[in-house]
Write a protein that binds this ligand. Structure first.
Ligand code: ZN
Length: 182
């Protein structure tokens, strides 16, 4: 096991769509080693999730802590389907964009299907915070970072976010007022 280096914003590996993992390879030593290393890396970095491209592996693997009792989940080749047009806006951070926060609009309820670390197919429905984490991590597999989706004027360094976060929310409210129903 090893803690891996985390790719930071600007590295091309974060922008490349990740390759699907052949199902028969999921239980192979090489994929299981990547999963173990990702687990160790995300725990060490105190993250809510980690996608394989963040450790320079361009494969469709994500680990996520969904605040349930299952601990860190492993999803391979996940597919997300929105189950509502309702959005929720919350502040996100990313291990590849250290010490920053920004507000992002996400679908409030989604379905996810894919394979787990044992190579078993799964499908689940998620809402609220777990749905946000899932959309953030699965975006990494398409080469998308939360800063690409950030609500204008809300990006902040972490200490400033902690100090002035309440003022940043005003931009979100203003934005919703100005765009109306569009
Ligand atoms: Zn991230």
């Amino acid at each position: 096991m090893a803690i891996r280096k985390i790719a930071r914003l600007g590295h091309p590996v974060l922008r490349k769509p990740a390759e699907p993992v052949p199902i028969e390879d999921i239980t192979s030593d090489s994929i299981q080693r990547i999963i173990r290393d990702m687990h160790e890396t995300v725990l060490d970095a105190d993250g809510a999730g980690l996608a394989a491209p963040q450790v320079f592996v361009s494969k469709q693997i994500v680990l996520l802590d969904l605040d349930d009792e299952q601990g860190m989940q492993v999803w391979i080749n996940p597919t997300i389907t929105p189950l509502t047009e309702d959005i929720m806006i919350g502040f996100e951070g990313c291990l590849s964009v250290p010490n920053m926060r920004g507000a992002v609009a996400r679908f409030a309820k989604i379905a996810v299907s894919g394979w787990n670390a044992k190579g078993e197919a799964f499908s689940i429905e998620l809402e609220d915070h777990p749905a946000v984490v899932a959309q953030h991590e699965c975006d990494h597999l398409q080469g998308i970072l939360y800063v690409d989706r950030v609500e204008p004027f809300t990006l902040a360094f972490l200490p400033e976010y902690k100090k002035y976060g309440h003022t940043l929310w005003q931009f979100i409210a203003d934005d919703e007022d100005s765009t109306g129903e569009e």
